[in-house]
Design a protein around this ligand. Structure first.
Ligand SMILES: CC(=O)N[C@@H](CCC[C@H](N)C(=O)O)C(=O)O
Length: 377
């Protein structure tokens, strides 16, 4: 079977995953591709490691935007791919390689077959952190081409290829990163009574944090506290002077976010008192929820049911995922939908292998949708 252009592009991008705001090779790859397209309808601007591309419409009433993220994750890849990451310890494990290939496919389609409205393609850095959406929105480049509506997708391992899923209203949660540093008194492993062991303190704290969801959050509400990284100590026979917990908080309301943070602060105070140590908490970067504008999303869902051809629509529930695309949706009407890529491993897993046939499914669906949207008043 021959590999289509955009599948090949996805594979090329898969090999060069880069952290947020360091997407230098990725930006160059995308610019090299864009420069080879016919330029008469195109205007290209770079912003930090991101890119904004305007495709001029034939009789514009508005500007329709499509956003893709660009960054990779600090994960050592374990796929069976012959085109595995060339950047050791980094991987496109959240589908941003697929998202970028789809964006280029759409852009190419509209360069060849322009529609009435202007189109704006946003290649946005740093979705996984520290967040590129907000500073991109605040940039002069964005202000110059500010769109009237905005759309995006995210790959979904759990849905079959040919299926998409979305809903009006809240789709993804509010997020906050969480970093807790504990400092006590280190010492010799054989003299525990002369030290304050931060491995023990940190372990107690991880366990206590689990009680926030089970004991403090209303069972009819939803929230997540995940500690994804726990570090402490230097050697097996040295009592640890320091421990560090790194995690993330997810909630559907700002009230629940405040409650979770207040409980974390109380529990950390308890650890300080109980283990005679000092602690500091840093909430890092937080994202607002992804809230799909109701009218546009409902109209899109109806359109897919009626005109989606080979695409099946799933009306899904909200998820605890975070996405800084939520910031665009706070100011500009639009929505995000899940794209089925059927694979047994989930997002952020070292073995995830999204089905590449979904790339063409997305390009076909969104190019038809934008063409239809551009014909509406
Ligand atoms: C789609 C996706 O997986 N997004 C990330 C966003 C992470 C935001 C931030 N770094 C955090 O960890 O809170 C996710 O983990 O949901």
């Amino acid at each position: 079977m021959t590999t289509s252009l955009f599948t090949q592009i996805r594979r090329d991008l898969h090999q060069i995953p880069e952290p947020g705001f360091q997407e230098v090779k990725t930006q160059k790859y995308l610019l090299d591709y864009l420069e080879k397209l016919p330029q008469d309808r195109l205007e290209i601007k770079t912003w930090r490691t991101g890119i904004l591309v305007k495709v001029a419409g034939t009789n514009p009433k508005r500007t329709i935007a499509w956003r893709t993220d660009m960054d990779g994750l600090p994960i050592a890849e374990e796929t069976s791919y012959p085109f595995r990451s060339l950047h050791e310890g980094y991987m496109h494990a959240c589908g941003h390689d697929m998202h970028m290939a789809i964006a280029l496919g759409l852009l190419t389609h509209f360069v060849q077959q322009p529609i009435a409205d202007h189109l704006l393609f946003l290649f946005q850095p740093a979705e996984e952190g520290p967040g590129g959406a907000l500073p991109m929105m605040e940039s002069e480049e964005f202000a110059l081409w500010r769109p009237d509506c905005i759309f995006a997708l995210h790959i979904a391992p759990e849905y079959p290829v040919g299926h998409i899923a979305t809903k009006p209203g809240i789709l993804f949660a509010n997020t906050s990163e969480l970093y807790i540093d504990l400092v006590g008194k280190g010492g010799h492993a054989a003299f525990p009574h002369k030290a304050n062991d931060m491995v023990v303190a940190g372990s107690h704290l991880v366990t206590q944090l689990q009680s926030i969801i089970s004991r403090n959050i209303d069972p009819l509400d939803s929230a997540v506290v995940t500690i994804g990284k726990l570090e402490g100590g230097t050697k097996q026979n040295i009592i640890a002077e320091k421990a560090r917990l790194e995690g993330t908080i997810r909630t559907f309301s700002t009230e629940s976010m405040a409650l979770v943070k207040a409980r974390i602060e109380s529990l950390v105070k308890g650890i300080e008192a109980g283990f005679d140590c000092t602690a500091s908490i840093d909430y890092g970067v937080g994202y607002c929820q992804v809230y799909n504008e109701e009218k546009l999303t409902t109209a899109f869902m109806d359109w897919v049911r009626e005109h989606g051809e080979d695409v099946t629509l799933i009306a899904c529930k909200e998820a605890m995922t975070g996405e800084d695309f939520g910031y665009f949706l706070q100011e500009i009407p639009g929505f995000l939908f899940w794209l089925g890529v059927h694979t047994p491993y989930g997002l952020h897993h070292a073995k995830i292998e999204p089905s590449e046939e979904a790339i063409e499914v997305a390009i076909r669906l969104v190019s038809r949708y934008f063409t239809w949207l551009s014909q509406q008043d």
